[in-house]
Design a protein around this ligand. Structure first.
Ligand SMILES: [Zn+2]
Length: 309
């Protein structure tokens, strides 16, 4: 079953962020108990009182049960690991007590019939474009899903979380997460409340009900237009999950911003879709509305699946 076709990005804007999050080696220190040390023998033979700063061992890709097949760079593996850590952190906030690895694995992978965690496999393929396809692997006792990416995809943090969003949707029955527009009651994901920019290009003058082409940003990994309604639902669900994770972590995601092309900014007169940062939408609170909707849905799903205990 084809679930998505996400364009990988060719840049790696999160490198510095990643570097700051990779824990450094454990720092240790000590103080002398007799306070009579010298420069050459600060403790004068006495044993210093340990005063270590304990740094928790960071989780690894193995801890998350994430495997790679084919050629993946170390930088890409770091992006996937950080995506797992951040997704697990967001998911663990909904549980009464758990660590982030357990939260990630409980929600996205679950155990098989003999109680062993299932894995997620990132593999390489030759797709018809630079995108990934996330497939469930129901016939495997050891694997929950395969994320198959074209060799031209350079995996980054946000694309990884988007793909985890597909696995979340697979495991929760493809609950549709999106907004309803007033375009003759046609469902559209809309251009307000997303985290990083407009999702689509439109004709001139813009017809909001008819997106013409996709615009890829960190928080809209696969926006309109789509080939099928099913694809629209699946891609929006995955992007809603992505935005929820980062809004939950207070580091991006849903924003009270308006990216509609037929609404103009004051005083520039430019369309909101062409205004850097979009137009202020705090009065409507579109980003808050999306986030609150997701919070409700996530609580319902966690309760139904007993993931919150
Ligand atoms: Zn997708």
């Amino acid at each position: 079953m084809r679930l998505n076709n996400d364009l990988g990005t060719l840049e790696d804007p999160e490198v510095c962020y990643i570097l700051t999050l990779v824990p450094t080696a454990t720092a240790t220190g000590g103080i002398c108990t007799n306070d009579v040390g010298s420069d050459t023998d600060p403790c004068q033979g006495n044993t210093p009182t340990p005063n270590p700063t304990v740094t928790p061992t960071p989780p690894t890709l193995t801890d998350f049960g994430i495997e790679f097949e084919g050629t993946w760079s170390d930088a890409e593996k770091v992006e996937v690991l950080m995506a797992a850590i951040e997704t697990g952190t967001a998911l663990s906030s909904l549980r009464a007590s758990s660590n982030l690895v357990e939260a990630f694995r409980t929600v996205l992978q679950e155990t098989n019939s003999i109680g062993a965690w299932r894995s997620i496999v990132f593999s390489r393929a030759t797709n018809s474009g630079a995108f990934c396809i996330t497939n469930p692997t129901p016939n495997s006792s050891t694997q929950i899903a395969s994320i198959s990416c074209d060799t031209r995809v350079v995996m980054n943090l946000y694309t990884s979380v988007h793909e985890f969003g597909h696995i979340f949707s697979l495991r929760t029955g493809n609950v549709v997460m999106g907004s309803v527009s007033i375009c003759n009651n046609e469902w559209l994901r809309g251009e307000r409340g997303w985290g990083s920019g407009p999702g689509s290009r439109y004709s001139t003058p813009p017809t909001i009900c008819a997106p013409q082409g996709q615009l890829f940003t960190d928080f809209q990994q696969n926006p309109a237009p789509y080939g099928t309604t099913g694809q629209a639902n699946e891609e929006t669900a995955a992007d809603m999950f992505l935005n929820w994770v980062y809004r939950k972590l207070a580091s991006g995601g849903f924003l009270n911003r308006d990216w509609r092309p037929h609404v103009t900014a004051t005083p520039t007169g430019l369309p909101c879709s062409q205004t850097p940062g979009g137009c202020d939408d705090s009065a409507a609170g579109s980003g808050n509305a999306r986030f609150n909707w997701m919070e409700t849905v996530m609580d319902e799903i966690f309760a139904a699946r007993n993931w919150n205990s």
